[in-house]
Design a protein around this ligand. Sequence first.
Ligand code: DC
Length: 212
Amino acid sequence: MVIAIDGPAGAGKSTVARGVADALGFTYLDSGAMYRSVALAVLRAGVDPDDGEQVATIARGLELELDGDRVLVGGEDVGAEIRSPEVSATASRVSVHPGVRAALVERQRGLIAAGRYVAEGRDIGTVVSPDSPLKVYLVAGDAERARRRAAQTGEPVAGVLAAIGERDTRDRERAHGALRAAEDAVELDTTEISATEVVARVVELARERGLA
Ligand code: DC
C-alpha cells in the first residue's frame, strides 16, 4: 500500500514524504532517486541520454538498491552524486523514454506491494499506483521552489529557477507518466506553510482514511 506524494521540483515532496513516513512508521520511497541513478549510469557510460533504446537497456540492467536514505548503484553509494545539477537535468531527459519508465515503474510496484510506503515522484498517483488510498499533489510558487532548491545545492537562485522551469516543462509534456495531479488527489500549496504543517495535514488525512 502506498501514500502517493506527487508534484514538481521544489514543491516539498521529499521533506513531506519523509516526515509522513516517519510519523506513520511507513517506508519512504524516493522514485526520483531511481531516475537519477539511471541518469548517472548513462552519463558514466557515455551514452546519449536521448537514445531511448540504449538508456532503457541501462535502466533494465541497473543494480539498484534503496536502503533507507542510501542509494546504491552496483553496491556504490551514489547519494551525493545523483543530486548534482548535471544529473538533475539528465534525469529529466532519460525519464521521457517509455522503456525507462516501464522498467522503473515495475520495480516501484514490486516494492510497494510488499509493505506500507510513502512514495514521492511525478506519476505515483496516476501510473505507479492509481489505486492508492491517499494521493497528495504538492505545489508551490516558482520563486519559492527555486529558493528551496538553491538553498539545498548552493547554486544561484536565478540559474535554479531557469533549470527547474525547463525540467517542469519536460516532465509535464512527456507522453508517458507526465507530471499531473490524479483526479482524486488532494492538492496542497506549500508556498506559505511550513513542512511541519503539511506533514501534519497529510498524517491527519491518512488517519481519517483509516490508513494508520
Ligand atoms: O524528484 P526528483 O527531482 O529527484 O526527480 C528527478 C527527475 O526524475 C525529474 O525531473 C523527473 C524524473 N522523475 C520521473 O519522471 N518520475 C518520477 N516518479 C520521479 C522522478
